[in-house]
Each structure stands twice: as C-alpha cells, then as structure tokens.
Ligand binder design. Sequence first.
Ligand code: SAM
Length: 323
Amino acid sequence: MKRIFLLSGENLDMAQAEIQALCPEKPKSFKRVDNVVICDTDFMFPRLALTKKVYDFLFEATSKNLNEKMKKFDWNEIYDKNFSLKITNAGSIKFYEKEATLAKHIWNQVHEPRVDLKFAQTKIEIILTEKKIFVGKLIYETITNFRMRRSHLRPAPHPTSIHPKLARACINLTGLPRGKILCDPFCGSGGILLEAGLMRFKTVGFDIDDGLLELAEKNLDAFKAKGFRLEKHDSTKLPEDVDYVTTDLPYGRSSKITKKLKLLYTDFLKSLEQNLKYKAVIIFPDFIDHKPLIAKTNFKIEKEFSWYIHKSLTRNIVLLSKK
Ligand SMILES: C[S@@+](CC[C@H](N)C(=O)[O-])C[C@H]1O[C@@H](n2cnc3c(N)ncnc32)[C@H](O)[C@@H]1O
C-alpha cells in the first residue's frame, strides 16, 4: 500500500533513512518531495521517531488541478462513518483554497455525509509541499511523548544522555528487527536502552562505571522496560557477540582526553569488529575525525548524518556494517 510520511523536520535525510531502514523489504516505489516521503510499505509506524504522521496515499495534485481531482476521486471507496478535511502546510506555501470548499467535494459524493472535526473516522489531509500537493487519509499520528522522557525528567537523570527522539531514531537506523537484541556498550544512565525497551526489544547494556549502571537500572525499572541485562565491562574488550549496537561514545574536551579518546574508539571498533553480528549506529562527537578510525577496520560506512546540538557540539551519527 502506498503511504505518505510527513517528516518531523529536524533532519530530513535521517528521517528518510529511518523509514527506509524499517521497510521490511525494498519498497516498489520510494520518493521524497521536500519533507514528505511517498513509499509503498507497511510496518509498525509507532516505532518511528522522525515522522509526524502517516497517511494512505490517495492522489497527488497541483494547485491548478486540485479541485478537479477532488471532484473525480471516488470518496466512497475510503469513506467510513464521518469525515474531516484539513490543509497541512508542510512548508510556507501560499495557498488560497478554503478547507470548507474542498470538503464539499467529499460531502457531495458520499452516501451519508457527516462531518466530525474532532474525532472523524475518515481524516483527509491536503498536504502542501513546495513542489506538489498530496492528498492522504490519516492512519497514524505520533503520540510518543519524547519530551517527557528527557534525561532531567527521569528518576535517575544524567547530563550526558542524548535526547530520547535521537536515541530512538538511531536504534531504528540499524533496522533492528523483532527477535534480535540491542546492545549499548557505553550505556551510561540507559537512555538508548530505554527507547529500545519501550519498543519491546530485549537489550544489553555495558558500562565501566557501577554508578552509571545503577542509574540505568532505576530508569529502566521506572518506565517498566522488560528484558534488559546490565553488566560492568570495559567495552574496548566486548565480552560476547552482539546482534545490533546503538551507542553514544564517551567524550571529553581537553587535548589529552582527545588523544585518549581516539585510542578508546580504536580499541572499541576493533573489538566490535570481532563481535558484531549485524549493524551498528555509533554516535561520534564532531571534534574527533571518525573516518580514519573506521578506515582501519573491516566496517563500511553505510550512512552518515550530523545532528547539531549547540555551537560547540555536533554529533556525527554513523551507520556501520561489515564490508
Ligand atoms: C556519553 S555516555 C553514554 C550516555 C548514555 N547513552 C545515556 O543515555 O546515559 C558514555 C558512557 O561510557 C562509559 N564508558 C567510558 N569508558 C568506557 C569503557 N571503556 N567501557 C564501557 N563504558 C565506558 C561512561 O561511564 C559513560 O557512562
């Protein structure tokens, strides 16, 4: 089934890659127009971090032929009980049609038309982008409240924990399928493990610091995450094979630490090469050039994104698989 994905806008390339990673097979069709992806697929949409809404694709139009296409479309095919029509401006597009005028095309055609602006069964949206207009029936709207799970609001807060939305997107970029385990070898207070746990994946977390492992346990318990295992290990020597990895590497800022960090990352990557079964998403700080470190391994960079945090930190998000 062809769907429309309305991306949430923090990082469009990464949002697109998240959808692609979660498609169970290569979609027959795939295109991105501004902040909208059109793709033939089906999966558990609530997993998505960087998509706001998902629709069944009905048709595409231009501002010139929209009325004509609205009139011609067979609304009875997709109509259920009652409807609403909303214009979603996905850019800052000038558009002069009124919702009520466009809704008349549906009203005039369906057998027992009824409007319910709040709780309609058939929610039709006209999605405006710079290049095209897409018309879809809303099937999923994100309700995951990432803001409420930000580190400082958890029972065991820690300043190094990444934003839950970013954590979830990075897990999804690995494509982590049902039945496989997610490992965070530098798990800290458990932010990444928590998102994986909330998506009902089993997780394994390692950290060198007992105190951090205790914080992680508190956080995971508080959110009732099930099926996690936390162990104290030095992840430059991973103790076992791991299916999928998502991790935010430790970092400091002084030059002495930078030298040490390069060594730590190199040793970790070497150990990961021996133990990774499928894919890994590693988050590097931008002040360390990760490319030469990865070049020394048997990993290939499948995809790479940067995520701006503040003027002195951008995170480089790197998807690795074996060559
Ligand atoms: C950036 S933090 C991870 C934050 C984590 N994602 C969270 O949500 O809290 C990095 C973590 O790596 C741990 N660490 C540093 N060196 C390590 C090593 N050699 N092996 C395992 N963990 C290590 C630190 O104790 C720290 O908790």
